[in-house]
Design a protein around this ligand. Structure first.
Ligand code: FMN
Length: 210
């Protein structure tokens, strides 16, 4: 059975473009994987605490069970248990929501999700696929291939060993006409993507570029 972990991070529970596209993705994903299981983690309704020094101490000393190390263990186990990950993310002040950042801060953990090897950092969460849905208020300049969320999330996922990432960006969402176009475009992309496994998939390792 294929398992999808869905992470939502918009502050808007209703009327959120990223959540709504996440709902659409989940529906289509269930069409593809009839017996698939979706685990939902709502980072707005169930906020993850910020990384603290106590938690960080626990990351580097297994004998310490300090700070939020128990929650970090739980989130990492959840991540290992899934085959695919769906992240829905609004752009807030040129980056990801602080709730999503707090999540990443607890799961990017040495010896658990990545290790230092002879050739630098080695991700330990290999063989997983990720989907990233983003919503931006303003239009992204045509010269930018990836938006700031995509660049940051790609770097983090790559560090964990997740290289197979598909992107569904919606920009210019403050303008209802533009929003309607982007919603239609990305729904189409999702349909095509889930029916043709190679569609719109970017396997670039952005650590090598940025
Ligand atoms: C606090 C805040 C900061 C924002 N910062 C940006 C920004 O830097 N760039 C941008 O394009 N849009 C920005 N926006 C607009 C949101 O990205 C846009 O409303 C998006 O649709 C939010 O996602 P959602 O519809 O899933 O809630 C911001 C919105 C809020 C509430």
């Amino acid at each position: 059975m294929t398992t999808l972990l869905r992470l939502d991070s918009s502050l808007r529970i209703n009327d959120s473009y990223s959540r709504s596209m996440g709902d659409y993705f989940a529906e289509q994903w269930k069409v593809k994987y009839h017996d698939g299981m979706i685990i939902r983690r709502d980072l707005t309704l169930q906020p993850i605490p910020h990384l603290t020094q106590e938690t960080l101490n626990g990351f580097f000393d297994d004998s310490l069970h300090s700070g939020h190390i128990g929650l970090s263990d739980l989130l990492i186990d959840e991540l290992y248990s899934c085959d695919e990950i769906l992240i829905t993310s609004p752009m807030y002040n040129y980056g990801i929501a602080s709730s999503l950042k707090a999540y990443f801060d607890l799961i990017v953990r040495t010896k658990k999700t990545f290790a230092y090897g002879t050739n630098g950092i080695k991700g330990l969460l290999t063989g997983k696929k990720a989907y990233l849905i983003t919503a931006l208020g303003i239009l992204q300049p045509a010269s930018q291939e990836k938006n700031a969320i995509e660049i940051q999330v790609t770097s983090i996922l790559n560090q964990l060993g997740i290289l197979d990432i598909s992107y569904f960006p919606m920009d210019g969402m403050v303008d209802p006409e533009q929003a309607a176009i982007k919603i239609q475009q990305q729904r189409k992309q999702i349909n095509q993507h889930l029916n043709q496994s190679d569609y719109a998939t970017d396997k670039t390792d952005y650590r090598k570029i940025y």
